[in-house]
Design a protein around this ligand. Structure first.
Ligand SMILES: O=C(O)CCC(=O)C(=O)O
Ligand SMILES: [Fe+2]
Length: 200
């Protein structure tokens, strides 16, 4: 770590990948403002996922925004990327500056409360550029984000604050799963954005 560079961010993974938690990068006022704008302006849809061969409609809502021509196949459902909104472009720009990476798509998730979460998975579809950075921005309720090593089972957790940035990169998706843990204690909504680099 460069001790003279105050923006140096530590890797929270012990091995086999890099996950950097920057903490809050948007102040509370900006975070609340973005939460309200995204809630209102994003075309939220219930997600369709395949669980043990059954099509399930999730309570969690999702949306897929991307540069032209990029589509996304997920649980056998093909999604055409919607055109970037002003606030998404502003958040994307700031995320690119902070992480020193560029992104061409964003998956948004709206969790109404702690009863909604996301199970263990890795974002390693062929449509994603291999080992590219994925930047995750959170607004609203604080939630626990966990990573689990695929062979050792070792886990690492991080509370994601409102306005925070977490970046996963390198071999993280090859060796680790991640999940958003459910919690009965969380009674307010959270919006998460994952900026990605898709193959074009
Ligand atoms: O909500 C989160 O923090 C995680 C979202 C996630 O893993 C995903 O969209 O692939
Ligand atoms: Fe993910």
């Amino acid at each position: 770590m460069d001790l003279f560079n105050s923006s140096a961010v530590a890797n929270i993974l012990p091995f086999d990948g890099t996950v950097e938690y920057y903490g809050s990068v948007f102040n509370a006022e900006k975070a609340t403002n973005y939460f309200d704008l995204l809630l209102k302006n994003i075309e939220w849809k219930n997600d369709e996922v395949m669980i043990f061969g059954k099509q399930i409609t999730t309570k969690r809502k999702v949306a897929w925004y991307a540069d032209d021509e990029i589509e996304y196949v997920y649980s056998n459902v093909k999604k055409q990327g919607l055109a970037w909104t002003n606030e998404l472009l502003a958040i994307k720009k700031q995320t690119e500056e902070l992480t020193g990476e560029s992104y061409n798509a964003c998956l948004l998730n709206l969790y109404h409360d702690g009863e909604e979460g996301m199970g263990w998975h890795s974002d390693n579809e062929k449509s994603i550029v291999k080992d590219s950075a994925i930047a995750s921005i959170s607004f609203g309720a604080e939630r626990k984000f966990s990573l689990k090593h695929k062979s050792s089972g070792e886990t690492v957790s991080q509370i994601l604050e409102s306005g925070s940035l977490l970046m996963m990169k390198g071999e993280t998706q090859t060796f680790w799963l991640h999940a958003l843990t459910k919690s009965k204690k969380v009674r307010s909504p959270r919006i998460n954005l994952t900026f990605r680099k898709m193959v074009i």
